[in-house]
Design a binder for this molecule. Structure first.
Ligand code: F6P
Length: 529
């Protein structure tokens, strides 16, 4: 039975807009939730649960084990306010590390390095890449390149862009655990390139990792230029304001103090136990109401500013790796999460907006509006209007159309994009994630399922090695997938054996070939003539 598309009537009015508008003059931030379909009764009934949330947030910032599954504290908020840390030792460590980052950047700026090459995956690179792009300017002191996964061709493309300038490129290897395979492979690929050019990799390398990790030990053993610490109480997806983000941004010459100040100011507001004056709480409550606290709707994040093009990509990890959990803190199976997608308006209007307006009403939109159009004045296009006025009109038009079609939206407005604003936005969503997780009772700070994927990848590599070993032990003999799987006692994994064989035949390293003339899955594979 086809489920009727829920025809929502969005209650909106100037009165409602004014009643629920959050406006923060100092942060130059507005949050308009009036087109989300909550009622005053909802806010009233959430008063008590929010009281508990505010208390738990305080405990978390005081050092409670808010990540119980890993027995860890949750301390990314201390990164921008070290005096909040639960011990003088932690506070000192944060302050000293920041000082060392800034001093190191100053030293590098006096030297001959002109580029930085970041190698990492997930939170170890999404944040630095987002902010580097958002705040990039012709005045940047160093040019940043990014290797954010293990695609060989992707690595080749980045290295070809750097070319001979590799000798003037500082390579920053970022891995909290120090053991992530994609990052290790990226490092080994890059190292090989340095060595091919007769360059010392350790003489160009910096590590950002937990003290004592494999990566840390390697950097110490080989005498890399530096190693900066990450702490177990900072998750990858909330590590942007640690050395993970601050080192590369300081090297680029970006205003790290502004970034930290923006996050600190936003934290101050999102600590308030007064929901209507707490933008993080309002955001989390809107997520909670719209998704019914159970992923019932998806979050479309639509920044109308090119500099925020990577923001949604960053938020996907922050929100989905935090909230996408099978079990809640009571051990019940809940399959929690909120799906996040979006690139940028108005490009996305010419991509999937048609479906947003007429398809399933299974989402809410979060517009991000930036008031300042550009540095300097704009010319008129048509109708005595600038391109920036048109851009705002596209946002407003889309917002109206969604409302008319009964689709929810909220709007975050900032005056302009600068380090301070980026700090505010990052802290706003980090806090909203913490609050939402407390409302639905899950641990937002571990990622158990990803470990499963890493383990399965290891098994696939072992299987590949056994396939190659078997074929090389029987040179020129031809075998079907089934025969190979049987021979290596992997009959229940014939599909994976087939897929690995296919990849082996396309790439030259192991000399695996496929005999022509057979329907693909029935092909016969061999090594040698
Ligand atoms: O910084 P690491 O330890 O290499 O981890 C990289 C990424 O992998 C994860 O642990 C799992 O996706 C992320 O949380 C993290 O940002």
């Amino acid at each position: 039975m086809k489920k009727d598309i829920e025809e929502l009537v969005i209650i909106t009015s100037w009165q409602r807009f004014k009643e629920y508008l959050y406006y923060d003059e100092e942060m130059e931030l507005l949050l308009d939730i009036s087109r989300m379909n909550f009622t005053p009764e909802f806010l009233t009934e959430m008063t008590e649960p929010m009281g508990t949330v505010y208390h738990q947030l305080q405990l978390m910032e005081k050092g409670a084990l808010a990540n119980p599954d890993e027995g860890r504290m949750v301390g990314h908020y201390w990164l921008r306010n070290p005096d909040l840390a639960p011990s003088e030792e932690i506070a000192q460590d944060i302050k000293e590390t920041l000082g060392e980052i800034l001093d190191f950047a100053e030293q590098i700026h006096m030297g001959s390095f002109r580029n930085i090459l970041l190698v990492g995956v997930g939170g170890s690179i999404l944040g630095p890449r987002f902010v580097a792009d958002a705040l990039a300017s012709p005045q940047d002191k160093m040019k940043a390149f990014f290797i954010d996964n293990g695609d060989p061709d992707g690595i080749d493309r980045v290295l070809s862009h750097i070319g001979e300038e590799l000798n003037a490129t500082l390579c920053i290897i970022i891995s909290k655990s120090g053991g992530t395979i994609e990052t290790r492979n990226g490092m080994l690929e890059v190292r090989k390139r340095y060595e091919e050019l007769g360059l010392s990799f350790p003489g160009h390398a910096v590590a950002i990792t937990q003290r004592g990790s494999e990566l840390d030990k390697l950097s110490q053993k080989e005498g890399w230029l530096r190693a900066f610490p990450m702490w177990d109480w900072v998750g990858g997806r909330t590590s942007l304001l640690s050395a993970v983000g601050l080192l590369s941004l300081a090297l680029q010459g970006i205003d790290t103090a502004g970034l930290l100040q923006g996050a600190r100011d936003c934290d101050k507001r999102t600590r308030r136990p007064d929901t209507l004056n707490n933008p993080g709480a309002l955001l989390a409550l809107m997520w909670y109401h719209s998704t019914q606290g159970h992923g019932g709707k998806q979050m479309v994040v639509l920044p109308y500013k090119d500099r925020l093009e990577l923001f949604t990509k960053y938020l996907q990890q922050l929100i989905m790796e935090s909230l996408g959990k099978e079990k809640n803190l009571k051990g019940e199976t809940v399959h929690q999460g909120i799906t996040v997608y979006g690139n940028k308006g108005s490009s996305d209007q010419h991509s999937y907006l048609q479906q947003l307006l007429e398809g399933p009403n299974n989402f809410f939109v979060t517009f991000i509006e930036v008031l300042k159009d550009r540095q300097g004045p704009s010319a008129y296009m048509e109708e005595n209007s600038t391109s920036g006025e048109y851009l705002q009109a596209f946002l407003l038009g889309t917002r109206e159309a969604l409302t008319q079609k009964g689709r929810e939206s909220m709007t975050i407005t900032v005056k302009e994009i600068n380090a301070y604003t980026i700090g505010v936005l990052i802290a706003l969503f980090e806090r909203a994630v913490s609050i939402y997780a407390l409302l639905v009772g899950i641990n937002a700070y571990h990622q158990p399922a990803v470990e499963m994927g890493k383990k399965a990848a290891g098994q696939a590599i072992q299987l590949k090695n056994r396939i190659v070993y078997f074929l090389k032990s029987h040179p020129s003999e031809k075998f079907s997938v089934h025969e190979i799987a049987l021979a290596i006692q992997e009959e229940e994994h014939q599909e994976m054996v087939f897929k690995i064989l296919l990849h082996l035949t396309i790439n030259p390293e192991h000399g695996v070939n496929m005999e022509p003339g057979h329907p693909l899955p029935e092909s016969r594979f061999f090594v040698g003539g």
